[in-house]
Design a protein around this ligand. Structure first.
Ligand SMILES: Nc1ncnc2c1ncn2[C@@H]1O[C@H](COP(=O)(O)OP(=O)(O)O)[C@@H](O)[C@H]1O
Ligand SMILES: [Mg+2]
Length: 251
């Protein structure tokens, strides 16, 4: 069976800065992939290219049956349609939650399927309630983001992303903005989704989580994928000296 996600020779520049210089990897269905590496190495750029939030300069990204290829000869209109399709395949969770501040948790999780997928409220709302219960917010559905803790906001953001029924969930440092006491409640949602077979890609500095839960670890350095292996190999016998130096900074 072919991989759920294929990234092939992905390149991205910001002016003279090379953010990604030819990244290739696959993700199998149900896998949890952790992306690690020092600040500025291209982790966020990679996630953003994966779901079409950022245009890239070369290579291709495929999620399921949707392929975005820089040199595909599509008209601008067809290219934008493809971009939207890709975006629907991937749910994105940001470091800073990015909930709509003027909407309750329930409205946050109800709105996108209504707007993007044209699902009516009668169907979207029960689904949103179910997902909020699943992330432990059954008693907070009518709260606004400002009335929720950081951990609760991030769990609401996860429910909102899940409401779109994505093929993969992408997380960009989902616990980095949280008080240490709230990190665990967000990691445990990702563990639960992993147990249920959700495919997930997580940029994280939570090394213990990565080691315990990830199927595969990708190590980035200066826009390059320097190593990709099982947590056992990455944490006990990494091949690349840059990986060793990076991991040493966590000891
Ligand atoms: N919008 C942007 N404009 C210009 N340079 C950017 C932009 N976004 C990121 N970069 C640069 O691209 C590189 C990778 O950044 P990023 O993907 O945010 O790294 P990370 O998430 O690993 O910290 C860095 O050198 C960063 O300064
Ligand atoms: Mg980043």
């Amino acid at each position: 069976m072919s991989a759920l996600i294929s990234v092939d020779n992905l390149r991205k520049n910001y002016g003279a800065v090379t953010a990604l210089c030819g990244i290739s990897f696959d993700v199998e269905v149900s896998e949890l992939t952790a992306i690690i590496g020092p600040s500025g190495c291209g982790k966020s750029t990679l996630l953003r290219c994966l779901n079409g939030l950022e245009l890239f300069d070369g290579g291709s990204v495929r999620i399921g049956e949707i392929t975005l290829d820089r040199n595909n000869g599509l008209s601008p209109r067809d290219f934008n349609a493809r971009l939207r399709q890709l975006r629907e395949e991937a749910g994105m969770v940001f470091q800073s939650f990015n909930l709509f501040p003027h909407l309750t948790a329930l409205e946050n999780a109800t709105l996108a399927p209504m707007v993007v997928k044209k699902i009516d409220r009668k169907a979207a709302e029960p689904k949103a309630r179910e997902l909020l219960k699943k992330v432990g917010l059954g008693d907070r559905m009518d709260y606004y983001p400002s009335q929720l803790s950081g951990g609760q906001q991030q769990r609401a953001a996860i429910a909102r992303a899940l409401a779109m029924e994505p093929k993969v969930m992408l997380y960009d440092e989902p616990t980095s903005a949280l008080d240490p006491s709230l990190v665990g409640e967000v990691l445990s949602i990702m563990r639960k989704l992993d147990d249920e077979g959700m495919t997930q890609i997580v940029v994280t500095h939570e090394m213990r989580f990565a080691r315990e839960v990830a199927d595969k670890i990708l190590v980035l350095s200066d826009g390059e994928l320097i190593e990709s292996d099982s947590p056992d190999v990455i944490f006990t016998s990494p091949r690349d000296e840059r990986t060793r130096n990076f991991l040493r900074s966590f000891l």
